[in-house]
Write a protein that binds this ligand. Structure first.
Ligand SMILES: [Zn+2]
Ligand SMILES: [Zn+2]
Length: 330
């Protein structure tokens, strides 16, 4: 059990917020979502499940949905954004995208959109102006009254606009930025989306990386995945299972391509040849339900790690699709 620091009563919410935590809510082609907690800040990375399911899994893992400060999006594929609009509106929190991902996402949610991007920018400026006039506090009150039944958007206007979000923030790959107590370093990954990224998160000296949905591990990603305390990396498919499996030929080609997904074999190769072995926790993620078996992914990674004497301390886990993983705490 953790010691309660002086000045904090047991159960004091200020105390319980003070730690670094990585909680995978879901991982795989049916939905991806992770909560990263550092200091007093909580970030939801991707919102690939329905809002209701996200909140249910957060509660099951001991995470409070109302305490989320922001949502961060890796890329616009459905399994990463499925619950985004409802979740962001319910929480009234900002959503962080790259500009290209945001634009691609807007095209997806509004295929018949008549507003041009320029018009959207104008509308966004006008929103910011009217928010200034209204003053602060409104969204906090709503977050505090949060429940599964509350679907009140922070302002009345958005209902008609399917891409309306309480607040949009842009970041650029390669440029670190701060959300509260968490430093976020986004890096480009090779994947068939508009501007896909992985992240390194740093809080209280703990470094955690999330890299799924990538066709191979290029040098810039190898460079980012060093000196980590936690590494979550994709181990999507077994090459033989994919080749012999049920997917149509063109889908197989897509998955196998340089902008598809990492195979067990490719992940093992990275772990063996390029990974520095320093992370106390290694999580394999985005496992395919059709083209992989958890044991195949595990054995490939274990074999790769076992080849390195210094890596015996690594704890290897598989991120599940259908339930939240127990939070990893530092
Ligand atoms: Zn994807
Ligand atoms: Zn995905």
């Amino acid at each position: 059990m953790r010691m309660v620091p002086p000045g904090f009563a047991q159960g004091d919410s200020r105390y319980s917020q003070k730690m670094v935590r990585f909680t995978v809510l879901s991982s795989g082609s049916k939905g991806n979502s992770t909560v990263v907690t550092g200091g007093c800040t909580r970030i939801l990375v991707d919102a690939g499940l329905s809002c209701r399911e996200l909140f249910k899994r957060m509660k099951a893992a001991g995470e409070d949905p109302a305490a989320l400060d922001a949502i961060l999006i890796t890329h616009e594929h459905q399994d990463h954004i499925n619950g985004l609009v409802v979740t962001a509106r319910k929480l009234g929190v900002p959503v962080y995208f790259t500009e290209m991902t945001h634009r691609a996402w807007m095209r997806l949610v509004e295929p018949k959109r008549t507003m041009t991007y320029g018009q959207w920018l104008e509308a966004r400026k006008a929103d910011a102006e009217s928010a200034k006039d209204e003053g602060p506090g409104a969204s906090d009150a709503e977050a505090a009254g949060l429940s599964d039944e509350t679907v009140e958007p922070t302002k009345a206007k958005p209902k008609k606009d399917p891409s309306w979000l309480p607040k949009v923030e842009y970041f650029s790959p390669g440029q670190a930025f701060q959300i509260g107590d968490i430093a976020v370093s986004p890096f480009t990954i090779p994947h068939d989306a508009a501007d896909p990224v992985g992240f390194v998160f740093q809080a209280e000296g703990v470094r955690m990386a999330l890299a799924t949905d990538l066709g191979y591990v290029p040098p810039n990603v190898k460079a980012c995945l060093k000196k980590l305390d936690l590494l979550m990396i994709e181990s999507n498919h077994d090459l033989e299972m994919l080749r012999d499996g049920p997917y149509p030929w063109n889908v197989k080609q897509r998955v196998l391509s340089r902008v598809g997904h990492l195979s067990n074999e490719a992940t093992a190769e990275f772990l063996e040849a390029d990974y520095d072995g320093g992370a106390a926790h290694v999580i394999l993620g985005h496992l395919s339900e059709h083209n992989n078996l958890p044991e195949l992914a595990r054995v490939a990674a274990e074999r790769a790690l076992a080849g390195r004497g210094s890596l015996l301390g690594n704890r290897l886990q598989l991120a599940p699709q259908h339930e939240a993983m127990a939070p990893i705490e530092f």
